[in-house]
Ligand binder design. Structure first.
Ligand SMILES: Nc1nc2c(ncn2[C@@H]2O[C@H](COP(=O)(O)OP(=O)(O)OP(=O)(O)O)[C@@H](O)[C@H]2O)c(=O)[nH]1
Ligand SMILES: [Mg+2]
Length: 480
């Protein structure tokens, strides 16, 4: 039988002991080679330090020199119960992006707080990010208990203060675990120094986490990655995000709402032949009716809770150099869809380290969060994050840089005028032939002298006319 595997990320403020905890876990579960241990012994000695567990992870010279983690590292270890991939995230604010990319694939998290230093800026920001990523299985490790004389009062104080911050965000830690990562107290075994603590050690705690129900139990979400022409067949390719799909299934393509049926599941080798495919699999399908499919369209079963529209309310976390501001063009990526978007309204902007609301914000600053209304240029399919996570989150690209990410909280009414705008085309070439073939006529130049072109004209002459119109500044062109 396949062993179960769980991804856990370790986050928290800089120097609070994340890499040390993971080094300890690996060391105490005999997951390290003798060579790796000897090397760390040597480097630690050269630097006049006793054994530095963090060096087991901070692989790069720069990281060791500065005693700081820059990139995320993924390591594996196992317990009797299952396998783990444990992700070491950097704590420095400058590397927040790396922290987020590390945390995005995690199913559970350990949020580290230094008992002596207490809750710091990144402890809070990381807590916020966990809530935005929807990571609900969170343990707080109260580390460096050796530096506060293993004081139960100090532990309680941190638990109380941090809950005050985290609980309103929907982060309710399962347990606060007092530890000393350096001295191995309460990591793989109960600690003598912490006899007042009756809860689980780190290993017992993560072993007691239940895995989420598999994505394949949920509704079908099959975002289209590409459409290939292959000896007269058109193959729709992509990766199934959730649910499963079977030959004969009645499906709907969003946002167009067109319906058809699955004809075949394609396969490369006879041995891969199957009539059903599940979440996580990359597949190609053919369908019974030929429509025009776009990369970024969603395939669902005929009845589905997927929303389609051009406006939604979401929470964003902003990492861009420039503030996130209304009425500027950004690119929104959601699954395989990429579409131009604007922030229509900033409902509120929040300083992620204090939770203070910024009064009448003109934008959202780097490393802060906010609630916004996003408007996309054309309609897209999406889910509400609390219903389906993988299709309820999005990324915002500013000038080719991934600058923010967020989750969808609710759908807003689509703007009627955009229904027409959806069919605007801003330039055309031969690759648009398919799309143009589908339309019945086009109105060119909505300016002073609109001209209607009937589809009976040849497609090429249509393209010519459209392009001529665009060049002469008579855009937009609406296909009807
Ligand atoms: N006394 C004491 N020191 C600790 C403990 N855990 C970690 N340290 C020390 O704290 C320092 C920072 O530890 P790291 O594990 O590098 O911290 P980090 O959270 O990974 O830091 P970044 O990755 O840079 O954010 C190191 O010198 C560790 O030896 C502990 O339980 N007790
Ligand atoms: Mg580190």
């Amino acid at each position: 039988m396949n062993r179960e595997s769980l991804n856990i990320v370790v986050v928290g403020h800089v120097d609070h002991g994340k890499s040390t905890l993971i080094g300890r876990l690996l060391y105490d579960t005999d997951s390290l080679s003798k060579g790796a241990i000897d090397k760390v012994k040597r480097i630690s000695a050269e630097k006049g330090k006793s054994f530095e567990y963090a060096y087991l992870l901070d692989a790069f010279e720069e990281e060791q020199k500065q005693g700081i983690t820059i990139d995320t590292t993924r390591l594996q270890f196992k317990t009797d119960k299952r396998d783990y991939v444990i992700i070491d995230a950097p704590g420095h604010v400058e590397f927040l992006k790396n922290m987020i990319s590390g945390a995005a694939s995690a199913e559970g998290a350990i949020l580290m707080v230094d008992a002596e230093e207490g809750i710091k800026e990144q402890s809070k920001r990381h807590g916020y990010i966990l809530s935005l990523l929807g990571i609900k299985k969170v343990y707080v490790a109260v580390n460096k208990m050796d530096l506060v004389g293993y004081s139960q009062d100090r532990y309680r104080e941190i638990e109380r203060d941090f809950n005050e911050f985290l609980n309103p965000l929907g982060v309710n830690p399962i347990e606060y675990i007092p530890i000393s990562a350096y001295y191995g107290e309460n990591i793989t075994a109960k600690s003598g120094e912490l006899s007042w603590y009756e809860g689980e050690s780190i290993i017992e705690a993560i072993d007691s986490l239940e895995k989420e129900p598999e994505a394949e139990q949920k509704e079908l979400r099959f975002p289209i990655q590409d459409v290939y022409k292959f000896d007269h067949r058109r193959i729709i390719a992509g990766r199934i995000e959730s649910g499963s799909i079977e030959v004969g299934d009645e499906i709907t393509i969003h946002p167009s709402g067109k319906q058809t049926r699955v004809k075949t599941l394609e396969y490369w080798q006879e041995g891969d032949r199957s009539d059903v495919a599940k979440a996580g699999e990359s597949i190609g399908i053919t369908v019974e009716d030929e429509f025009f499919y776009n990369r970024g369209d969603f395939i669902t079963h005929r009845e589905s809770s997927l929303s389609t529209g051009n406006r939604f309310r979401g929470n964003v976390f902003w990492l861009g150099k420039n503030d996130l501001v209304p009425n500027k063009k950004y690119k929104l990526k959601l699954s395989t869809a990429e579409v131009e978007c604007q922030i229509e309204t900033i409902i509120k902007a929040i300083d992620a380290s204090t939770l203070e609301e910024v009064e009448s914000p003109s934008g959202i600053k780097k490393n802060d969060v906010g609630e916004v209304i996003v408007r996309t240029k054309s309609e897209i399919g999406f889910d509400l994050f609390n219903e389906l996570e993988s299709t309820g989150r999005f990324v915002i690209v500013d000038d080719f840089d991934i600058s923010g990410g967020g989750i969808i909280l609710g759908q807003e009414e689509s703007e009627a005028e955009n229904a027409a705008e959806e069919n605007h085309i801003w330039s055309v070439d031969k690759s648009d032939l398919e799309k143009i073939k589908e339309v019945e006529s086009a109105i060119i130049g909505l300016g002073k002298y609109p001209e209607r072109i009937e589809h009976s004209e040849s497609v090429l002459s249509l393209i010519e006319k459209i392009n001529h119109s665009l060049k002469s500044g008579n855009s937009p062109v609406v296909l009807v």
